[in-house]
Design a protein around this ligand. Structure first.
Ligand SMILES: NC(=O)c1ccc[n+]([C@@H]2O[C@H](COP(=O)([O-])OP(=O)(O)OC[C@H]3O[C@@H](n4cnc5c(N)ncnc54)[C@H](O)[C@@H]3O)[C@@H](O)[C@H]2O)c1
Length: 288
């Protein structure tokens, strides 16, 4: 994007964490911002918090439902008339536990409904509008190093979904580039200049909506809070990446029209290791 000022951004999963940080940063660039989230209460708080910074509204939507994302698109157009930056960012920890072959089928269905269908629904709902507008625009899909570059074997639902987000984004870039190179595509691997953990809501397993109920009870404790407290007690506090730095990565990437939105020097060993393993026909025994 040559210019962000005055442009309209919509962010799913925008009520907290990385999504809200992107919204704050976009407002700093003079953009008009639509935060969207399934959690209407948190969404309202986020909008109230960001309102002093610029033009921001909140539109509740469930990314797992195409009709809901289409309604979001209509609400954005109704309010601002246009849309330029679409961040398909909503995510969940599915709460799947045990070994992959012990996962309940609803663990998979729930994870895919948000991470994979959420991105597909965002693409289906918004890309035709972006094409029809005939203006510079950009889609940012949030993946993760976990699955996006190489999987952590202990988190199969999450890693598999995030691998799918990379492939979806690569295909989208390939097709859009031919049809309208004014519409950029990026895949975001949340990172910042400061190496550390991203302390967001994703570290607590999400409440399951109707239709995705688990058979066995799910532990909803915030895992990162527990790990951070233990490390603090042990006198070796964990380094934390400020979420504003993730938003900086996104804004830099938008101006540079960069497909791979990841800070330089982050996860490069993981990418190299996986590439070497594939080329050597070795086993996927990743060092992490
Ligand atoms: N935090 C990390 O370490 C990390 C690392 C890599 C990638 N990510 C990804 O970043 C993205 C943002 O997550 P976060 O870390 O800010 O976590 P978060 O939990 O703080 O934010 C995710 C938001 O998505 C919303 N959401 C969940 N299901 C939804 C649905 N069906 N429809 C609409 N909104 C829904 C939640 O209510 C929440 O506000 C996710 O895609 C996540 O997988 C996070």
């Amino acid at each position: 994007m040559k210019e962000l000022k005055g442009k309209v951004a919509v962010i799913t999963g925008g009520a907290g964490g990385i999504g809200k940080a992107m919204g704050e940063r976009f407002l700093g660039e003079g953009m008009k911002v639509v935060l969207s989230d399934l959690n209407a209460e948190n969404l309202q708080s986020a909008v109230n918090e960001l309102r002093p910074l610029g033009e921001v509204i909140g539109v509740p939507a469930d990314v797992s439902q195409l009709e809901s994302v289409e309604s979001l698109r209509d609400a954005v157009l109704n309010e601002f008339g246009k849309v330029h930056v679409v961040c398909n960012n909503a995510g969940v920890a599915s709460g799947a536990h045990g070994k992959l072959w012990e996962h309940e089928i609803n663990d998979w269905r729930f994870a895919f409904s948000v991470h994979v269908y959420g991105v597909i629904n965002g693409i289906n709902a918004f890309v035709p509008t972006l094409l029809a507008q005939g203006e510079e625009a950009h889609i940012v899909n949030t993946s993760s190093n976990n699955g996006g570059f190489s999987p952590i074997a202990m988190s199969p639902t999450y890693a598999t979904c995030k691998a799918a987000v990379v492939t979806l984004s690569e295909c989208l870039w390939g097709q859009l580039h031919d049809v309208d190179p004014n519409i950029g595509v990026s895949v975001l691997f949340p990172t910042g200049k400061t190496k550390g953990v991203l302390n967001t809501g994703i570290w607590a397993a999400a409440e399951r909506p109707a239709g995705y109920e688990p058979d066995a009870p799910i532990d909803h404790t915030h895992k990162m809070a527990g790990w951070m407290a233990s490390m603090e007690q042990a006198g070796t506090p964990m380094a934390v990446t400020p979420l504003s730095e993730v938003a900086d990565t996104v804004v830099d990437g938008l101006y540079a029209n960069r497909f791979w939105m990841v800070e330089e020097g982050r996860f490069e060993e993981a990418v190299q290791e996986r590439t070497n393993i594939i080329l050597q026909r070795a086993n996927p025994d990743y060092k992490r």
